[in-house]
Design a binder for this molecule. Structure first.
Ligand code: MBD
Ligand code: FE
Length: 284
């Protein structure tokens, strides 16, 4: 095995995320008038910052080199989702009068169509994953009035104990720690997985150099990613964190909300057990 196969590099995970994103070609119905307003304000904001800080030619050239590097390492999905997505998520939540479960950022490592699993299930995992502290995550999907939503899907994905996501690091089974759980007649689910660990975003590429350049850190608190869907209801993309966990107060991706903190309790068998339910708003 080469070193690159043992330790996934920023280059490899970045390019995997970029390829995944490019596969679903995106579009937006933004009008020319709106595009013009956004572009004008964006350039004005850049001009203001450049003048305020009297940006030098060396600094301008370093920025240009860095942006080229981010592209070549495939790290635009990573950099944008870490530093910008939380603002977009907040804007689009605040624009509506939602009362259901809070969302959070999707991040770069979601994959559609994870295999379906029954309401009571264990996530696909290897022996090394089973050696970690088990986490039993259970609850119910309802509408905002508390009516159970049977047949709702709960897509769950998270990193292994080493901080690697299947399909974005080598030598991990394709759907490891990824699944689409279908709720039962009462909208309930009970999922056995592993207790995730704090997560360091890939730091050996241009996103890591960027963080180093201002003396920051590349850590996110331990988290579970979820997408919860039911026909006729607004889909929720969110993340759940752990109360008192490291980095919950200074997530590099600024994506923690107090409503999204879990507080699991240990049962007699040594499992961490937690109840967390989701309320879905009606579709707009
Ligand atoms: C992650 O796992 C993640 O959740 C985010 C937001 C960014 C990078 C890696
Ligand atoms: Fe993540």
């Amino acid at each position: 095995m080469t070193q690159a196969e043992i330790n996934p590099t920023a280059h490899a995970s970045g390019n995997a995320a970029t390829d995944k994103f490019k596969a679903g070609r995106v579009s937006s119905d933004t009008s020319k008038e709106r595009a013009n307003a956004i572009y004008t304000d964006l350039l004005a904001a850049i001009a203001e910052v450049a003048h305020k800080h009297q940006v030098t030619y060396d600094e301008y050239r370093v920025l240009k080199q860095w942006m080229i590097d981010v592209g070549e390492y495939g790290e635009w999905p990573l950099w944008l989702d870490v530093f910008v997505e939380h603002e977009i998520e907040e804007i689009n939540y605040d624009r509506h009068e939602y009362t259901g479960t809070k969302g959070s950022i999707e991040g770069p490592y979601y994959v559609e169509n994870a295999p379906k699993l029954p309401a009571k299930c264990e996530m696909p995992m290897r022996d090394q994953d089973k050696a970690q502290t088990p986490l039993i995550f259970k609850g119910q999907v309802t509408d905002v009035d508390g009516n159970p939503l049977s047949g709702a899907t709960l897509e769950l994905w998270h990193a292994d104990a080493d901080g690697y996501y299947s399909q974005f690091a080598p030598n991990i089974p394709e759907w490891n720690l990824r699944g689409t759980i279908v709720t039962d007649e009462e909208g309930r689910y009970e999922i056995k997985t592993l207790q995730p660990a704090p997560y360091q975003i890939p730091a050996d590429g241009p996103t890591g150099w960027f963080i180093d350049s201002y003396g920051g850190h590349p850590w996110r608190p331990a988290h579970l990613h979820l997408m919860v869907k039911h026909p006729g209801h607004r889909s929720i993309t969110t993340q759940l964190y752990f109360k008192g966990g490291e980095w919950t107060d200074n997530d590099v991706a600024t994506a923690v909300k107090p409503e999204l903190l879990l507080d699991p309790q240990q049962d007699a068998d040594g499992n961490n057990v937690v109840n967390y339910s989701f309320a879905l708003d009606k579709e707009d």
